[in-house]
Design a protein around this ligand. Sequence first.
Ligand code: KG4
Ligand code: ZN
Length: 415
Amino acid sequence: MFPSKANKLILRLGLLFKRWHGDVGMGKRSTGSGSSRLVLGIETSCDDTGAAVVSETGAILGESLHSQKEVHLRTGGIVPIVAQQLHREHIERVVQEALERSGLDPRQLSAVATTVKPGLGLSLGVGLEFSRSFVRRHRTPFIPIHHMEAHALTVRLLQPVSFPFLVLLVSGGHSLLAVARSVDDFLLLGHTLDEAPGETLDKVARRLSLAKHPRCSTLSGGQGIELLAQDGDRLRFPFKTPMGQTYDCCFSFAGLRTQVNMTIEKKEAEEGIERGTLLSCVNDLAAATQHAVACHLAKRTHRAILFCKENRLLPSLEPTLVLSGGVASNQYIRKALGIIAEATGLRLLCPPAKFCTDNGVMIAWNGVERLKEGKGILSPDADVSYEPKAPLGIDLTSRVKAAAIRVPSIRMKIS
Ligand code: KG4
Ligand code: ZN
């Protein structure tokens, strides 16, 4: 998928020698017959400013990413106005870098694809405003992108995966289970009722003061918990897996966080230390929290697989479960989902960590998928607004709940 230096050079030369035809219609703007169409993707839905140029064949020609992680770690969470300001400061450079690395001129782009939903309004606004002025200036078709659809389809850039497939998306802002049936057709089986798993891990990490831990100071909450959990004993704190008596595929993490917070308070009292000081049992708490999150995700996914089987929503040949989103970088969670996939006969696919977290490549690729299907391609003058809240697909959560599928118990022995 990644072009070798030689291939990249050939592609660039090809583009140079092809005559520029100007505007040749929506989605058909091209550098000449036979050449791969090219999409610039722009991502600013949360705290990453990302841009990338991806070809129709899936070659990543140039990319750039600016992460705001360090700033938000210092402030103890994302402050939307700060995120907006940082996007404003970096977006021009990030897009310029992606284009320069691709060796392309903006006029050679077939479309610009930009995340417009869901996300932080102030952050989305920066990407959208920049993109609108870019496409008007260069007369490029515009493709608005749903951030979660982009996460779900990234895997298809990396390897052949046909529709339909089941996808579990877990990040700092979302957790959902859906069947992807085409580029713009999703069935929603479950979503979080309160907070997302990444948010829970980030909040637990803050409560544990992991920023003061020498091994975690530069890591996101989820990364810190994963690292410390490697040396922890998860059995020391047997947190209850959430929603054991609710037989649907929705998620809830707020109750788990309360359990963890109460234990932290108790341990602080026992050790006679103040809030904000590192506990001696921090590794065990990290391991137990991570295990409870993994088990909850695994159980709901198990039920979603059984629901899909009962309703013939997945193909009998090579049914696939895709795991993506920032939290999917977690190896322990991957293993938990691996156990479920194996027990139910599904193939589990997880993009590498760099494609699980937010980036411009996934947005550009979603643009490519839409361009190929001719779906959602707008004129450069189209009036588009951003949507902080945007559900994914057709909501089947009530049907899933009504089915009340009991999940056989599976031993979660994760090394
Ligand atoms: O997808 P993402 O980059 O941004 C959105 O939230 O959309 O995900 C970021 C989230 C953060 O909550 C972070 O703590 C979590 O993903 N995360 C992890 C790991 N790496 C990032 N959680 C658990 N284990 C990890 N290794
Ligand atoms: Zn994301």
